[in-house]
Design a protein around this ligand. Structure first.
Ligand SMILES: [Zn+2]
Length: 167
């Protein structure tokens, strides 16, 4: 989709959001386990014999340094039971705003798997705006966190979009 940019007045391609339809923890379940889990476009609950895990769909905005737009990711974080229940209770409450702690729960290319695991995030909920935005907590020697704060190039953003679209 082309659009006229309010920033520079030129025509740009509107980049698609790179969406992960489920948390990584769900994607790794067997078919049998998936039947027992709950999954919607925004919420996911996984139960195993000893524990229950709660996930919500969020937005990660990757800054692109030499472009007029950023690259949006549709990803998932795990929340505590308390946070998840409060989030669900307020799902239709447009005035609901809060901040939760969440663990990042997707494997984003081109980063190695280990790079994407164990990243803490602030989950900024503002129902008037839409899905929560996440802000990654600082972590040393982590390229995903580093790029989130310093930005990627248009060349890199375009490469990621092409990979996501399969061409
Ligand atoms: Zn522009």
């Amino acid at each position: 989709m082309n659009y006229t940019c309010a920033n520079c007045g030129q025509e740009h391609d509107d980049w698609p959001a790179l969406v992960y339809p489920t948390p990584l923890s769900y994607a790794e379940l067997t078919d049998e386990e998936k039947k027992k889990a709950e999954l919607t476009s925004d919420l996911c609950v996984i139960q195993n014999p000893t524990d229950t895990y709660y996930f919500v769909r969020v937005v990660l905005i990757q800054t692109v340094v030499d472009a007029c737009q950023d690259l949006d990711y549709g990803v998932w974080v795990s929340l505590s039971e308390k946070s998840f229940k409060e989030y669900c209770d307020n799902y239709d409450n447009k005035e609901f705003k809060t901040t939760y702690f969440g663990w990042f729960n997707n494997h984003i290319a081109p980063y190695p798997f280990e790079t994407c695991m164990g990243i803490g995030t602030n989950v900024e909920v503002d129902n008037e705006r839409g899905r929560p935005f996440i802000y990654l907590h600082q972590k040393e020697n982590n390229d995903l966190v580093h790029d989130f704060y310093t930005g990627i190039t248009t060349e890199e953003a375009t490469r990621r979009i092409k990979v996501a679209l399969g061409n």
